[in-house]
Design a protein around this ligand. Sequence first.
Ligand code: AHM
Ligand code: MG
Length: 327
Amino acid sequence: MTISRYILEQQREIPGATGEFSDLLSTITLAAKVITREVRRAGLANILGFTGAENVQGEKVTKLDEFAHNVLLEILGRSGHVCALASEEEADLIPIPEGYPLGKYIVLLDPLDGSSNIDANVSVGTIFSIHRRITKEGRGTLEDVLQPGYKQVGAGYILYGSSTMMVYSTGHGVHGFTLDPTVGEFLLSHKNIRIPEKGKIYSINEGNSNRWAKGVQNYINYLKEEDKKTDRPYSSRYIGSLVADFHRNLLYGGIFLYPADSKNPKGKLRLLYEAAPMAYLIEQAGGLASTGYERILDIQPTELHQRVPLIIGSREDVLMAEKFIRE
Ligand code: AHM
Ligand code: MG
């Protein structure tokens, strides 16, 4: 089953669907293929390393960040389905190019997440979040973009790993497709992914442990204690690429944390195009996503590049982490 057929079959189940949303998803799969091609040749073509610029977050932009950002904007901007775009790599909303029709959707992107890993041939990913516009006409505005995560109509990621996968949800479960490079198509490989209720893996940048709040320190220490009944100690697995860390935990079960710390008092990851889409996926897969105190999907954003603490994964694990953090 190809991804395009799957998207069409899902569309048929929604009475009155115009096909606009389906076409938007298909457009993203095209961008995924183009970015895959470039990521796969990255060591050969002269596209490793940095562009020399810094993005709005003060991070060094890699050439592949810029490439992925441009491909997504070109392809989505001209699709006719979008009235505004936003990306980690651009300070403000990105207007749709003159002369192209506007659609009713907003797409928020992290074009190449984990790109600090790219020169070492470690997995990276693209994250996308889709909202329906609130304003009635014209170009989309900040009001359309600053919507809480529970209002997403779709979200997903593309993982450029040992194979390329696209994992997405439109509110009817989470489905995974693997790119078959010999035919150039994404094929359904993981139907209706469910995250185990409890895992045995924790993922966190432990180098920051002295900067964490006591509750986080206590929780991680708890996971390391020996206890057969609760399957402890957990294994530590941290790639430093959110998409790859998330994907592994989604399939195996476990918890990923990027908590607030004394250096990043609001956390490191961005709400709109990192935390919220992943939270949407995890809930669709039966897991939870929280700041420690609040459901990620309930947060009303106030800024485009707002940061948020993220605790995400298997239901029982996230509940336990919240318990420690709140104590
Ligand atoms: P990026 O969007 O600039 O690549 O940064 C986000 C990445 C995530 O993929 C990953 O989870 C996190 O930053 C790793 O941060 P750290 O190196 O502090 O552990
Ligand atoms: Mg990112």
